[in-house]
Design a protein around this ligand. Structure first.
Ligand code: SF4
Length: 433
């Protein structure tokens, strides 16, 4: 039996790096220190899937050839997903996107993309989760529910975590939660703001107005009473070091990037009076990495198109839902994500009509109707790589057991090589005629 310590769990944006695994032969037999999500993921058997073309089991190389053929023939392919892949695979996907002249987008465009657009507009005063643990005495959770989505966030980083200036843990902190319903996270709050649906912009605007010394006219703002706004505003200003976490309750409700722009501006205003920071509460293990890698490779975080031979940025134009709903792509390569289970029905239906290739360790809902399914080694379990935590800190993911399948990165590089050879052959053929 092998015992491995300080393993990074890559199953949510918290990337807890204190997991202990016990391994017997090529099987993980025990997980210590992780949450229920982590235990179920680490203990899931691997290599249960087989490569498929049109629903029939084939050799891996046959499935790979079929994928190359589809992509080399396509006039405008889409590469999508990437949020549960390692950063090396994300970089390989960009390389392939450039070869193909494809559009490339990550799940960011349907979760925190509006937050990224807001960040581009007003900037982001941010920090690491280590600073939250050691310094934050006021913590805001707006439109996110870490108790259920990031189960160890409270204990490792934010609410109960004991740090240099927060030795008392929970006793040393004021917790503010804003959401449309009383979530499990809201139950832990000192102040709970039950915002009316789509009322976030109004509440944030009222808070900013009070901070800048304006008088509020009216009794309620986005479902929150005047007294609650005044009380919340004074708790925010009294912080010695505050942090504002936000989730999809802010990014994907009416107002989208305007909501986040207002939240980031609120944090900016608070820095006139005290120290305040903001961290997007990213869900998937490496969705922050997808934005980071795409940005350092192309200059843009998501919704990128290579059809002119150079990267163009187009949220609303080159983002997955728009491309699929407008039926503008003629093939799709889905990497480590499940758009059929998460995108609007119309987008999912169109994905079923075009040749789709899925690279994933699991046989997902999208894989069920894909023309080609290529199983891969799960990252952080049977493949090593890098992932970015929600605060943009990169962490190494270890390979702890072996898989009979290649990594996402190797599959993408092999497809790229096949497509380049195909294009070279076509050029040679055209020159001989
Ligand atoms: S909170 Fe997230 S990163 Fe931490 S152990 Fe649970 S699933 Fe893994």
């Amino acid at each position: 039996m092998r015992r491995l310590e300080n393993i990074v769990c890559s199953f949510c944006g918290s990337l807890c790096d204190d997991i202990v695994l016990e391994i017997e032969g090529n099987t993980i037999s025990k997980v210590r220190g992780g949450c229920a999500i982590s235990r179920s993921k680490f203990l899931s058997p691997i290599d249960n899937e087989v490569p498929l073309v049109d629903g029939k089991e084939v050799d891996f190389s046959e499935a790979l050839d079929a994928a190359v053929e589809i992509l080399a023939k396509a006039r405008h392919p889409l590469i999508y997903g990437l949020s549960s892949a390692g950063s090396e695979a994300q970089a390989a996907a960009v390389k392939l996107g450039e070869t193909l002249g494809a559009s490339i987008d990550s799940t960011s465009s349907v979760c925190h993309g509006p937050g990224t657009v807001a960040k581009q507009l007003v900037g982001l005063s941010t920090c690491t989760l280590g600073e939250v643990k050691n310094r934050a005495d006021v913590v805001v959770f707006w439109g996110c529910n870490p108790v259920e989505a990031h189960p160890r966030h409270f204990s490792r980083y934010s609410v109960q975590a004991k740090g240099l200036n927060t030795e008392g843990g929970r006793r040393d902190r004021r917790i503010i939660v804003a959401d449309v319903r009383r979530t499990a996270t809201a139950k832990a709050a000192d102040i709970f703001l039950q915002v009316e649906p789509n009322g976030d912009f109004q509440v944030l605007t009222a808070l900013r107005a009070v901070l800048s010394g304006n008088e509020l006219r009216g009794d309620t703002f986005g479902g929150i009473s005047r007294d609650e706004i005044l009380n919340t505003s004074s708790v925010l200003q009294d912080a010695e070091y505050g942090v504002f976490f936000f989730g999809m309750g802010l990014t994907m409700t009416r107002g989208t990037h305007y909501n986040v722009q207002q939240a980031l501006s609120l944090v900016h205003d608070l820095n006139e009076k005290t120290a305040f920071t903001v961290i997007p509460m990213r869900g998937h293990g490496n969705v922050a990495g997808a934005e980071t890698v795409l940005t350092w490779q192309t200059g843009y975080p998501f919704g990128i198109n290579f059809s002119r031979g150079y990267p163009r940025y187009g949220p609303g134009e080159f983002t997955v839902t728009d491309l699929l709903c407008r039926e503008e792509v003629d093939a799709a390569l889905v990497v480590a994500s499940d758009p059929a289970a998460t995108l609007p029905a119309r987008a999912g239906e169109y994905l079923g009509k075009i040749p789709t290739i899925v690279i994933d360790p699991n046989y997902s809902a999208t894989a069920k109707f894909a023309r080609v399914f290529l199983p891969s080694a799960p990252i952080g379990v049977a493949a090593s790589g890098t992932a970015y935590r929600m605060d943009q800190v990169p962490l190494p993911l270890k390979k702890v057991i072996d898989s009979k399948y290649p990594t996402d990165c190797d599959i993408l590089l092999a497809i790229d090589k096949g497509v380049v050879e195909c294009f070279a052959y076509k050029v040679a053929l055209s020159m001989t005629h």
